[in-house]
Design a protein around this ligand. Structure first.
Ligand code: CP
Length: 336
């Protein structure tokens, strides 16, 4: 794809060269994300951050990424805090906000809403999650995390991954499957309750692309021989009632004893977060918090460099980052 001036709405837009380009720019962003250097390359630019659904990581890391490149952020954080609550259309909102911004990141509870919004926008729009459909920036940071954790230099061919939990409504796993589909000979073991299986269309696409897909409800067996286990939360906001979501909460849980009994000693543990830490759910136990293979917080950190790279490429400044670079003057020491 040509990043310059493009909307980024779906992983379907990417090929392996695009991924390589993005990861290479993300690597260059590390000293800025680590606060060793600062840059003003986007000084004067404005990000419109429209989050019409709750978010901690995606909203804050998109904002931090833009700030770290020297730009400013204007945001709204709920439908009820915007004129959508007064009946304004996505079309009108897009026409207005794209007049105020150089680029927009948007999350919305309805599948396809970000694409609809982008058609009326005068500036590039990045999908920060649309309903249960897609979360492309999350998939990109997930794959970047796999690359870093497994110390992979080239491609992801032969990766053996288990995805666990709510695979029906989990948009992060939908986008990650589409991204991994670009490589060769991936083994997917999809663990979910029968009612929350990965959409058939995605599974069929993976099989047609030559990948191996096993669907199962036996998590413990599924954990054997995996490079990575990717856990997800029951997406309670997509169910018609809490009672319905409660049926599935706590069905699959990974903790220290299950990991030790069934995983390889260095299987990478991932989760897009938030994890549901309430006792009745607890899909990823706190007793793994100190485990060296628990990548979840490094994974969240990687969201900053990936989103910086998305902004730099879309706004055409990827070769200018270092031109306005200088050292930071404040005390900075992230210990763990
Ligand atoms: N992973 C993710 O999308 O987290 P948030 O909902 O906190 O943005």
């Amino acid at each position: 794809m040509n990043f310059l001036g493009s909307h980024i709405l779906s992983i379907d837009q990417f090929d392996t060269n695009d991924v390589e380009t993005l990861f290479s720019v993300a690597d260059q962003m590390q000293p800025y994300a680590q606060r060793e250097l600062k840059t003003r390359v986007l000084e004067g630019a404005i990000l419109g951050a429209l989050f019409f659904e709750p978010s901690t990581r995606t909203r804050i890391s998109f904002g931090c990424a833009f700030n770290l490149l020297g730009g400013q952020v204007r945001e709204t954080t709920a439908i009820k805090a915007s004129a959508l609550a007064k009946g304004e259309s996505l079309y009108d909102t897009a026409r207005v906000i794209s007049g105020y911004s150089d680029i927009i990141a948007m999350r919305h509870p309805m599948n396809g809403s970000v694409e609809e919004f982008s058609r009326a926008s005068r500036v590039p729009v990045i999908n920060a999650g649309d309903g249960s459909a897609e979360h492309p920036s999350q998939a990109l940071l997930d794959l970047y995390t796999i690359k870093k954790e497994l110390k992979i230099n080239q491609g992801f061919d032969g990766l053996n991954i288990a995805m666990v939990g709510d695979l029906k409504f989990g948009r992060t796993v939908h986008s990650l499957c589409k991204l991994l589909k670009l490589y060769k000979n991936i083994s997917f073991t999809l663990v979910s309750p029968g009612e929350l299986k990965m959409p058939e269309l995605i599974v069929e696409d993976l099989r047609q692309a030559g990948h191996k897909v096993i669907e199962t409800e036996d998590m413990e067996t599924a954990l054997h021989d995996k490079h990575t286990v990717y856990l997800t939360r029951i997406q309670e906001e997509r169910f018609s009632s809490q009672e319905e979501a409660n049926i599935y909460r706590g069905r699959f849980r990974l903790n220290q004893s299950i990991y030790t009994a069934h995983c390889q000693p260095n299987t990478v543990i991932m989760h897009p977060l938030p994890r549901d830490s309430r006792a009745e759910a607890n899909e990823l136990d706190n007793d793994l918090n100190q485990h060296p293979s628990l990548a979840i917080f490094r994974q969240a950190d990687n969201g900053v460099v990936i989103r910086m790279a998305m902004f730099a490429l879309t706004l055409g400044v990827e070769n200018d980052i270092h031109k306005t670079s200088s050292e930071v003057h404040w005390y900075t020491d992230r210990r763990f």
